[in-house]
Design a protein. Structure first.
Length: 670
């Protein structure tokens, strides 16, 4: 073959070389959501914001692959894998190996003449790699976390020289190759601020400190990628639990926005758009994706498409290759449409502890008689802290084995990251609590969980003092819990008394029937009862009505409780009158009021002297006549107890104005 005739053929073969597009891939979730700097929650997207690594549960592994959809080559390409680990409660680290983060370009061949007069040409293959990335995050409390990231980048220029050598009648192509390479680290710093359970802000500084390592020589500097520092700002909002909306923008005049919607069953849908001032059109790309998660496993898929395909089909027009426009290897003017999938698995602790119990304080001894009260009056408080980097809803519970059938959960409390609150603890006790005869020391468990239905994030054991069943805290408001009108012994006693006197009461006026019934009950028991004095200056011991009926003795509190139960078993409303004179606390005592059911206008039918009764509202808010009964003299019969009670009521309430001044309290029992 004529050597000069083969030259055009050789040049045609050389000129057929073309640029290879961006072979890079972000995580499918990042592709679908678009703006992830404020919404990083696993290792796959940690290069967007290393501070987001504080959301890791424990060990985490992820792998990704992709395929281009606009190139003829096709086939899936392995992108890379990531490893992450949470440690020391608020710290986390991650490593990414991503051989798929690669860009390779072949600069078109140029033809020249060598000094010897023979034709010569050379082409250059420029490759960019970012195979390794590191990230470290630390939670700082108060909703703030910080992160540091490092990206290892390689830039290689392979310079190939083609020279056609012609000797006599023989010609051949002489090929010589030269290679230059740059290796360096790029450092990023970031911060994440969760302002509320709805809004999160992010700030990321890229390429801080410039290149750290070896650069390309000066004659090849035109192929070096820009490493100027720039800033990215992000915002994520969750207007309701199933929807996440995110935005981000950079000082390089780029930005993106996206949304993620949970549709149930562990599935979520994502969509996004991308904006770049230098692209045409400015809104140059879109993303769509889907994710599915179940316990420790998560699968994601996404599609990334570009509205303008110029330069994204595997080749670019001669002279249009511009390295200065490649800000990062994931998304740039040469990235092609692609479909990506990834899998993530969590190892070790499948759930991160998000709440910590700092301390528990029990309000005081637990009184068995007050069992129903603790359902709404706290047995104590627990101090809990949100140790996660995001908002939580803490659910605390209190459990006392044997005396509770199940833990009692307090009202959920919303906590911002790092926030500490004091939560009241309630308790719903079973009937076994009333079987505690003497003072006992028990151990209770306080638990907190940040996710409904999950295992406890933290637990604390606390010592609880149980009083005996007859112990009373001395508060008249709680004395009513000793009143048991439904007890079989109480009902049997009132039934027997009323049956024995039914003939003598049959002709009486029905309007004063309650007064007659009360008189009959008190008189029947008066001669069999012994009063035992017991001053009420502190916590006391109170007998239940069935015990007083059996023992036929008791003090002021025992008598009052017993007769309130007896009257209550007949449907008669009662009230306690608690008298604690400020100048004479040693004369404190309790007596009883019971409702006659009579209209105030009928008061003279039972007593001509209005000082012998009180008019107050009974059940239903209607004013009726109430009779005071002094239980300390009840052994002398109904009339004496009534007279002494009326005298005490008139003196303390009407004359001394104790009710107005607050040292007399009237507590309705039933």
């Amino acid at each position: 073959m004529n050597p000069r005739a083969c030259l055009p053929l050789c040049m045609a073969m050389i000129l057929s070389a073309h640029s290879v597009p961006a072979q890079s891939l972000t995580s499918p979730r990042s592709m679908g959501l678009g703006a992830t700097t404020s919404a990083v929650w696993d290792t796959r997207g940690f290069t967007a914001n290393p501070a987001g690594l504080t959301t890791l549960r424990d060990w985490e592994f992820a792998a990704s692959t992709y395929t281009t959809t606009t190139l003829s080559e096709g086939g899936f390409v392995f992108y890379g894998m990531t490893f992450g680990k949470r440690f020391l409660e608020r710290s986390a680290a991650a490593f990414q190996y991503a051989p798929g983060t690669t860009l390779r370009f072949v600069v078109p061949t140029t033809l020249s003449t060598s000094p010897s007069g023979t034709p010569a040409s050379n082409d250059r293959e420029i490759s960019y790699y970012e195979p390794f990335s590191l990230g470290l995050a630390q939670g700082l409390g108060a909703g703030v976390s910080a992160g540091l990231g490092g990206r290892y980048r390689r830039e290689r220029v392979l310079d190939t020289q083609y020279e056609i050598v012609i000797r006599d009648t023989i010609s051949y192509v002489n090929v010589s190759t030269g290679e230059d390479e740059a290796r360096y680290w790029l450092l990023d710093a970031s911060a994440l601020y969760t302002m509320s359970e709805v809004v999160t802000f992010s700030l990321v500084g890229r390429n801080l400190g410039g290149r750290i390592g070896k650069s390309l020589p000066d004659d090849l500097a035109e192929f070096a990628l820009p490493t100027d520092a720039y800033v990215e700002l992000g915002l994520a909002a969750r207007p309701w639990e199933a929807l996440l909306v995110s935005l981000q923008a950079s000082s390089q005049a780029t930005g993106s926005c996206g949304a993620e919607l949970g549709i149930g069953g562990g599935f979520s849908l994502r969509g996004s758009i991308y904006v770049d001032k230098q692209e045409s059109p400015a809104v140059f790309a879109y993303g769509a994706g889907m994710g599915w998660s179940y316990e420790f496993l998560e699968l994601d898929a996404a599609y990334l498409g570009f509205f303008n395909q110029a330069g994204r089909q595997g080749s670019t027009p001669e002279g249009t290759f511009d390295p200065s426009r490649i800000i990062n290897l994931d998304l740039n003017p040469y990235t092609s449409d692609r479909f990506a999938i990834s899998v993530k698995a969590i190892f070790g602790a499948t759930r991160t502890s998000s709440a910590k119990i700092e301390g528990v304080r029990i309000a005081g001894p637990i009184y068995p008689a007050l069992g129903p009260v603790y359902a709404y009056r706290p047995v104590g408080t627990a101090t809990v802290t949100n140790t996660s980097s995001g908002p939580i809803e803490a659910r605390l519970s209190f459990m006392l084995e044997q005396f509770m059938d199940a833990p009692t959960e307090a009202r959920p409390v919303a906590l911002m990251p790092g926030q500490t609150v004091e939560v009241p603890l309630m308790a719903i006790f079973n009937e076994r609590l009333k079987n505690v005869e003497e003072l006992a020391v028990k151990e209770a468990t306080v638990s907190v969980e940040a996710a409904k239905g999950q295992s406890a994030d933290d637990q604390s054991r606390v010592t609880v003092l149980l009083q005996g069943r007859n112990a009373w805290d001395g508060d008249v408001l709680t004395l009513r819990y000793f009143v048991t009108p439904d007890h079989p012994d109480v009902i049997r006693y009132t039934r027997d008394v009323l049956l024995a006197q039914r003939d003598s009461m049959r002709a009486d006026n029905a309007q004063v029937r309650d007064v007659d019934n009360a008189r009959a009950i008190i008189n029947a028991f008066a001669g069999k009862l012994t009063y035992v004095g017991d001053p009420r200056l502190s916590a006391d011991r109170v007998q239940y009505p069935d015990e007083t009926l059996r023992l036929r003795s008791g003090d002021c509190d025992d008598m009052t409780v017993c007769f309130a139960s007896l009257l209550g078993s007949m449907g008669i409303s009662t009230a306690f009158v608690d008298v604690v004179p400020p100048s004479r606390p040693d004369s404190s005592h309790i007596f009883l009021l019971f409702d006659t059911g009579l209209d105030p206008a009928r008061g003279p039918s039972i007593a001509e002297n209005p000082k012998r009764y009180a008019v107050r509202k009974g059940r239903g808010g209607r004013e009726t006549v109430w009779l005071p009964i002094e239980t300390t003299v009840i052994t002398r019969g109904f009339d004496e107890a009534w007279a002494r009670g009326a005298q005490a009521y008139y003196q303390n309430v009407e004359i001394d104005l104790g009710l107005v001044r607050g040292w007399v309290r009237i507590v309705d029992v039933n």
